[in-house]
Every structure is written in C-alpha cells, then in structure tokens.
Design a protein. Structure first.
Length: 245
C-alpha cells in the first residue's frame, strides 16, 4: 500500500474538493467544523470497503450521489447539521446539478449524469507526475525552475539596479558633459594705432564759461578737456588752439 492510497490522505483530498467552493459564502471556522465532521463520518462509511490493493473493490459503496432536488447521503447531511451549513446553498456553489462522487483508493472521480464518463479530479498517479524530476536534471536548473515568478522579477530588478549604479559611477569618474577648461584668460592684443588713440588727450582753451553743479558754480576754467580728435573748423570762425598733454 502506498502512502497516497491510504484512506486519510485520499479522504482529505475528497473533502477539500467538496468544501472549497464554500469559502466564498461561509466563514472559515464554519468550513473547518464541516470538514472535521465529514472526515469522521466518511471514514466510518468507507473503511469497511477500503482495499488499496484492489481499488475498484466495493467502489459502489463509496459512491456519493449529490442532487439539488434532494438531501445528500446521511453521512454528509449529518455533517451539514453539525456545522450549520445549508445543503441547498452547498449544492448551488457545487454547480447546481446532480453528479456522482467516487472515492476510491488513490483516485477521486466524478460523473455528471448516468451513463457518462468518469472525470478524474485527483489521483495518486497524477500527483506523482507533478512532483517527478528527471534523473539527469542539473541542480542549478532545478533551483531556477522552482523559483516563483515574483522571485524572478525581484532578481531582474536587482540586476537593473546594479547596471544603473555602474553607469552612474562611470559618469562621475569621467563625465561626458564637462566643458573644456583653460588655465588663463585670453589676452586682448591692440594695435599700436589703437593704443596711441587711447593715450591722446586734448584741451580746448576756448572754454571759459562757468560750469554749474549741485553745490554752486565753479570759477572760470582755463580750458576744457576733450578726448578724441579735434573738431573740424568752420569757415569764418576762429580755429581754437589745441595742444597735446
């Protein structure tokens, strides 16, 4: 007898299949009471006909017929009463149609309507295929396959962060945006004529008027200072005398 062919394990799978839809309509505490009552009642019902070496022996005694038009088998209805679960609410979330539920050693199946094919909902063979690992599978491949999608996304995020920080470090050590720097200001070179023009100062000796300012008037000036070249003389006027300072 294999481990999964034992009555407690197979019965636990059958009860989980039947009570799972009730999670949307009943509190968890109520469902737990129902499951415990089902385990006790169905164990007493199935144990006399449970022969793991002959799974089909006594299968008719372990067939439970559920219908929305009548109450369930006595063992199931007693569990409903013990947990305050309404049967017609239960059969509604199970699909609202009549079906046969077979619980055999290592296999659980359902049949919708007389004469239809059996549908396997759990078996020891399917469970073995789910956990089977090929003998030549490398340990690194096994660990990568066992990672969840969320763990793989987290590892990808870490990889992207490392690449981003590496780019930032390269930019800081050798920035591409830096403007070329010179260690001296460019010198301004003037021609000799420009330097001579800036150095010439002219005095206009004809300026003798008093120049007003904020604090009063000044005395007569002996001459005005003018920068630049002397103005051109007009015809019929005296030409002022200019001298270089």
């Amino acid at each position: 007898m294999t481990t999964t062919s034992s009555l407690p394990i197979t019965l636990a799978q059958a009860i989980a299949y039947l009570t799972r839809p009730l999670l949307l309509t009943y509190p968890v505490a109520t469902i737990i009471r129902l499951q415990l009552a089902l385990e006790a009642n169905l164990t007493a019902l199935f144990a006399p006909s449970w022969v793991p070496k002959e799974p089909l022996r006594g299968s008719g005694r372990r067939c439970l017929t559920f219908s929305p038009n009548c109450l369930p088998p006595r063992a199931v209805y007693a569990a409903c009463l013990a947990s305050s679960v309404q049967w017609f609410d239960w059969i509604a979330v199970l699909g609202g149609q009549e079906f046969d539920f077979f619980v055999d050693p290592g296999c659980i199946s359902v049949r919708f309507g007389k004469g239809t094919e059996l549908i396997t909902v759990w078996s020891e063979e399917l469970m073995a295929q789910t956990v089977f690992v090929p003998p030549h599978t490398h340990s690194s491949q096994l660990s990568s396959k066992s990672k969840t999608f969320a763990q793989q996304l987290l590892e990808n995020d870490h990889t992207d962060d490392d690449e981003l920080f590496a780019l930032i470090a390269d930019e800081v050590s050798a920035p591409t945006w830096m403007t070329p720097i010179t260690d001296r200001f460019p010198s301004s070179q003037l021609s000799r004529r420009e330097r001579a023009r800036q150095a010439r100062v002219f005095i206009d000796t004809s300026k003798t008027e008093v120049t007003p300012y904020d604090g009063g008037k000044t005395t007569v000036l002996t001459g005005g200072v003018m920068l630049g070249a002397p103005p051109k003389s007009k015809s019929g006027t005296s030409v002022p005398a200019w001298r270089r300072v």
